[in-house]
Write a protein that binds this ligand. Structure first.
Ligand code: NAD
Length: 353
């Protein structure tokens, strides 16, 4: 047994079919009376239902939700939350809605109740992100960790198959990098391996039949584990690549994760034999990096960066920026290595371990 520190910030998690109906009770549990409701895109239909149930306790609604949280959108949201004299931020949605709530909490110390509708996992983490122009800044701060998280598999029934597949690969990326994180603990390793197993089992069923509530529940369970791991384990080169590509080149978050993951996995597992054993077991694949690639192919998630808008002429500047941001990684990283990974991810060929 390795030495370890297991330092897990606490969040109350309510996981149930129909858990959306429990939002008012959870608001009351937090003794909140002035709620700012945050939701954009499709999730607004769920937020409308919550607003009806909460009535006058909803003092404002923020619906300008933008991926990667642009700084001006965050600043406007902070002003609105302060102006409403809010005592709770209630976000309904994926990582973008949760991200906006976190940006407000960072400035105001307001608690967050998060209703998750994708598999991104942000609701379980103390990680915030803000984008200013082409530069994305992230940090960890316990004030942004939601106090309560609600997982209701029924809310994910509306997530289309392609978004479900890409979002599931985003969750898988948290788990894979959790397996070789320098601060992994026995608990995070169990969570990461079980999360990979759950997602590898559930995602093909979700994509086959997006209305399969059992498959949805199993996928959301995997996503919860992935968020839990992301919340405590230091992520490596894969997340650094996606952080840079998302901020500087505005690539879509979850599809980009899907396109990059197998190439980084192949690169890193050479230096992470224990992670390779766990990943092989969880995926049931002889070559785990290839297993990641095959899962993405099976569920129709992107396997190539060219599919998500990345271009060959961006490889050199991206590699330079990624290396300059000094990723924490099990295998040493330099520009030629990152260029190799990006070229392989661009082509989308099966990885070579
Ligand atoms: P998202 O929240 O932007 O949602 C993607 C799309 O799916 C949107 O159009 C949204 O309206 C729609 N959608 C969401 N839930 C739906 C549902 N149930 N039914 C139908 N449509 C639905 O995407 P995401 O991938 O969840 O989040 C991406 C963002 O989250 C990025 O900015 C990323 O950096 C951030 N993120 C942060 C963390 C963290 O720990 N801080 C972790 C993961 C992701």
């Amino acid at each position: 047994m390795q030495d370890f520190v297991h330092d897990v910030p606490a969040a109350r998690v309510v996981f149930a079919r129909g858990a959306l109906a429990q939002v008012p009770a959870e608001v009351e549990r937090l003794a909140a009376e002035r709620v700012v409701l945050i939701s954009g895109g499709y999730e607004k239909v769920y937020a409308d239902g919550i607003a009806d149930r909460l009535g006058p306790a909803v003092v404002d609604r923020l619906e300008q939700v933008v991926m990667h949280v642009p700084a001006d959108v965050a600043a406007e949201a902070v002003t609105r939350a302060r102006g409403a004299d809010a005592d709770l931020l209630l976000s309904v949605g994926g990582g973008s809605a949760t991200g906006l709530a976190k940006a407000i909490a960072l400035e105001t110390d307001l608690p967050i109740l998060s209703v998750a509708t994708t598999y991104a996992g942000s609701e379980m983490t103390p990680i915030w992100g803000l984008t200013d122009g082409a530069h994305k800044t992230t940090g960890r701060d316990r004030r942004v960790l939601p106090r309560t998280v609600i997982y209701d598999p029924e809310l994910t029934l509306s997530l289309p198959a392609d978004l479900s597949a890409a979002s599931g690969m985003n969750a898988l990326a948290h788990l894979v990098e959790g397996l070789y994180a320098p601060n992994a603990s026995p608990i995070t390793l169990l969570q990461a391996e079980e999360g990979v197993r759950a997602l590898a089992d559930a995602l093909p069923r979700v994509v086959d039949d997006p209305a399969d509530l059992h498959a949805r529940g199993d996928a959301l369970y995997g996503a919860w584990l992935a968020g839990s791991v992301l919340g405590v384990a230091t992520m490596g080169l894969h997340h650094k690549i996606c952080h840079v590509l998302g901020g500087a080149f505005d690539l879509p978050h979850a599809p980009m994760h899907s396109a990059v993951l197998s190439s980084v996995t192949a690169f890193n597992l050479a230096a992470a034999p224990d992670a390779a054993v766990r990943l092989r077991r969880a995926l049931g694949a002889t070559d785990p990096a290839r297993g990641v690639w095959e899962l993405a192919r099976q569920i129709g998630a992107p396997t190539s960066l060219s599919e998500v808008g990345f271009r060959e002429e961006l490889v050199d500047p991206a590699a330079a920026q990624i290396v300059s941001e000094r990723p924490v990684n099990p295998r040493a990283v330099d520009e030629p290595a990152v260029r190799g990974i990006l070229y392989r991810a661009l082509a989308g060929d099966a990885p070579r371990t």
